[in-house]
Design a protein around this ligand. Structure first.
Ligand SMILES: [Zn+2]
Length: 342
């Protein structure tokens, strides 16, 4: 397990979120949500030192090795153990031989056709995505389905595919940890602790702001750290209400309302809030809290990609391997524009 501070020190390199404009104009969709590339620092392992008087012996420098997929899978397991995944989930390798060499690794939220094209054009040997390509069992990978076509394109182009989903959510330095960190939360703890993990592992996070602020100010902060997507950010609650404690859950989080209420958070930041859970949560508030901030599912998880790719790079580098890691620049938020009153 990578040290929390190691992950948190990773620059999340969030793309410049657009500043909320006057009125309710939605931010323009960006073609390049990710400017960031977690560049590999090719640190060779320390070479052996020559001893005094052994000048004739040239120092032997151990060259970085190229890992095979099996080596990378072990590093992924170290960072995001499969035991942390939810029971309904499908994580781990999807495509690829464990003996295949891996030099280039691309990280993305979704294994969409555009992301796979990006991986192939970059020459990736491995695509690591947060969302599974094959969550439900399938009977065929015929190319007549887009999922079958994706499997074929990956295999034909020598690109492996690995899913790091709810194990990546739950782990220290996971999706919600990164979101909490980007919002400057302190004393961060899980909303729903992991059954099989450390006390700091689990789904969602709750923490405190260093300085209390209004819901309106906080919503603008949330907007500013996320990639620009068509849907923007939706808020329920009094714009002038004061926020101190914040609950977050990257991705769809409307199954955690009981835990959010128990945490007494002033506001809950998550994605994909449906009408009924959100409406009932608003009906059951105490003095208007928890307020709700509904963000892009893609955006809330995209923040994790840069520190995750840096963490995998660090683990492999520490083991004497050299790889090149990169974060996808494809915006896989499915929405293109919104219409709003005013
Ligand atoms: Zn998700």
């Amino acid at each position: 397990m990578v040290d929390d501070e190691q992950l948190r020190s990773g620059d999340t390199n969030a793309p410049a979120g657009s500043t909320p404009s006057a009125g309710s104009e939605a931010p323009a969709r960006t073609e390049n949500p990710a400017e960031a590339e977690a560049s590999h620092d090719a640190q060779a392992p320390a070479g052996t030192e020559t001893t005094a008087g052994a000048a004739a012996t040239a120092p032997v420098e151990e060259q970085p090795k190229t890992p095979v997929l099996g080596d990378v899978l072990l590093a992924i397991e170290e960072l995001w153990p499969e035991s942390l995944a939810e029971q309904w989930d499908a994580v781990g390798p999807v495509v690829g031989r464990p003996t295949a060499e891996v030099q280039k690794i691309l990280f993305a939220v979704d294994p969409t056709a555009d992301v796979i094209t990006e991986a192939i054009e970059w020459g990736a040997d491995l695509l690591v995505t947060h969302h599974p390509l094959l969550l439900k069992p399938v009977n065929s990978v015929a190319t007549s389905s887009f999922k079958g076509d994706a499997v074929h394109r990956l295999i034909e182009n020598g690109c492996a595919l690995v899913t790091v989903h709810t194990n990546g959510d739950s782990a220290v330095g996971g999706v919600s940890d990164v979101l909490a960190d980007a919002l400057g939360l302190q004393d961060v703890r899980p909303l729903s602790p992991a059954d099989n993990g450390l006390p700091e592992e689990g789904i969602g996070r709750v923490g405190e702001l260093a300085v209390a602020r209004t819901l309106g100010e906080f919503a603008e902060q949330v907007f500013s750290i996320l990639p620009a997507v068509a849907g923007g950010v939706k808020v329920a609650g009094d714009r002038n209400g004061i926020i101190r404690s914040v609950a977050v859950c990257g991705g769809a989080g409307d199954s955690l309302f009981d835990q959010v209420r128990a945490s007494r958070a002033d506001v809950y930041v998550t994605a994909d809030l449906r009408h009924h859970p959100a409406s009932e949560a608003r009906e059951g508030t105490v003095e208007g809290r928890p307020y709700l901030i509904d963000v892009s599912h893609f955006g809330s998880e995209w923040l994790w990609l840069t520190p995750a790719s840096a963490a995998l790079d660090n683990v492999l580098t520490d083991q004497g391997y050299r790889v090149e890691v990169k974060v996808s620049v494809t915006n896989t938020d499915p929405w293109d524009f919104v219409l709003t009153p005013g």
